[in-house]
Design a protein around this ligand. Structure first.
Ligand SMILES: [Ca+2]
Ligand SMILES: [Ca+2]
Length: 437
């Protein structure tokens, strides 16, 4: 069943990438100049053409004035720093059918840089805390389809490393890559306008994706899995330390971690404008599966927590709607929750207070396809189908499916559309040709 979800996620990631491509700024002016780098056959005295490539990435960066695509051919590249503000985007891209492998890229006080399709490796003589891609004091940086592979050996959990570390930067996107065997996957501190989407992160040691003191975060369609469960401390799929404002955590698939989504005590100011939508979290070690603390009016909708309830603490005016939870957890604290309704609670046990929504379902089996096999899609006879409040502008789910009107199920939901499903995965008929139907 993991395979089923894996297929779902390929679809989701493809959708994300398509959206991202559509959002990318359209090139203006003359076509981008190409500069070729070949660390084996190149020469820095060459003009950088396909027939006569440069040898080093440093030389290509010195040659660049802005707007170029630097095509990297197979080979190993030492650590490089990019510290120019370019007038047009400079793209470092793996040439087709080539696999350039880099030690690290440091984007420092720079602007308009794109990294595409690059692979990063562990240097032979590594520092104690290796950062593969570091972005500091920069803006308009796009990191797409990178592969960052840490040390795959018995002691990888003891090594300190950050796959992608972003600090004090604006307009940065990390889309569609793979990260594993590192301490932290993607960390972002004191940034504005961030997008982390379609990433596959795991296994990792401490946090998969982490935000601290950021404004304007979209974190969606990520698959974050397998933290180091032997550590007692906070090891979250997605962790938000201190405050961050204007945050969307949407359609993330998180499993086999210590904790799922953790937004714990914000000491200095309450979090503002949070939307936690459509996340599927299971096989967590600690009870902190979805913890939202110290937020003003967070909107918590369409999440599926088949083995847990949410923890809402120190919040005001929370909206908790359209979720599937194993049990109510602390979601029904009347002092913190403004609206709670249209949720399905599998079990009435461990209930601190009774759910207060008139349309909440309590002690009801959601009829997952195969809960033991971790397939948390809905069966066609699920009571969660066409039963949600449709007023929150829910679009596609984490499998890329739009709201679907299942004709045999009465539309018991409210608002528009009245046929939205509870939880993270919208029911859609599966192709009849598949053998498991
Ligand atoms: Ca539906
Ligand atoms: Ca229907």
């Amino acid at each position: 069943m993991r395979g089923v979800l894996a297929v779902l996620f390929v679809t989701a990631c493809a959708a994300v990438c398509a959206v991202e491509a559509a959002d990318a700024p359209k090139p203006t002016g003359p076509p981008a100049r190409m500069l070729c780098v070949d660390p084996k056959a190149g020469d820095d005295g060459n003009p950088g053409t396909s027939a006569r490539p440069l040898k080093t990435l440093d030389k290509a960066l010195q040659t660049t004035a802005g707007g170029e695509v630097i095509l990297l051919r197979s080979g190993r590249y030492p650590a490089v720093t990019i510290n120019k503000v370019y007038p047009r985007t400079v793209t470092l891209r793996a040439e087709a059918n080539h696999k350039p492998v880099l030690e690290s890229v440091h984007v420092d006080k720079a602007a308009r840089i794109a990294l595409e399709g690059l692979t990063f490796f562990v240097p032979d003589a590594r520092s104690d805390r290796h950062v593969y891609v570091r972005v500091n004091h920069s803006e308009h940086v796009a990191i797409r389809d990178v592969a960052i592979v840490g040390e795959i050996n018995d002691d990888w959990k003891a090594k300190k490393s950050v796959a992608i570390g972003i600090g004090d930067s604006n307009h940065v996107s990390v889309v569609g890559g793979t990260i594993h065997h590192v301490q932290f996957g993607v960390t972002c501190s004191r940034c504005r306008d961030l997008r982390v989407a379609g990433m596959n992160v795991g296994p990792f040691r401490e946090d998969g994706i982490r935000f601290k003191n950021c404004v304007g975060v979209v974190c969606e369609d990520n698959h974050v899995h397998h933290s180091n469960k032997t550590l007692k401390e906070h090891c979250d799929g997605i962790q938000m330390i201190y405050w961050s404002h204007d945050v969307v955590l949407r359609n993330n698939h998180i499993h086999d971690v210590n904790q799922g989504i953790g937004a714990f005590a914000a000491s200095k100011q309450k979090r503002r404008n949070w939307r936690v939508e459509g996340n599927l979290i299971y096989n967590q070690k600690n009870p902190n599966t979805l913890s939202i603390f110290d937020a003003d009016a967070p909107v918590i909708i369409h999440n599926t927590l088949p083995q847990a309830g949410p923890r809402i603490k120190g919040c005001t005016g929370a909206v908790v709607m359209n979720n599937i939870f194993a049990f109510p957890g602390s979601a029904a604290d009347p002092n913190q929750v403004k609206r709670e309704d249209y949720n399905l609670f599998v079990s009435a046990e461990r209930t601190r207070q009774k759910p207060k929504g008139a349309h909440d379902l309590l002690g009801v089996d959601p009829r997952f396809v195969d809960a033991n096999g971790f397939d948390f899609r809905l069966r066609p006879d699920s009571p969660a189908i066409d039963a949600a409040a449709g007023e929150f502008g829910r679009r596609k789910d984490l499998a890329g499916n739009a709201p679907y009107d299942h004709k045999p199920a009465p539309n018991r939901g409210a608002g528009k559309p009245p046929y939205l499903d509870l939880g993270a995965l919208e029911y859609v008929p599966r192709p009849t040709s598949k053998p498991d139907n």
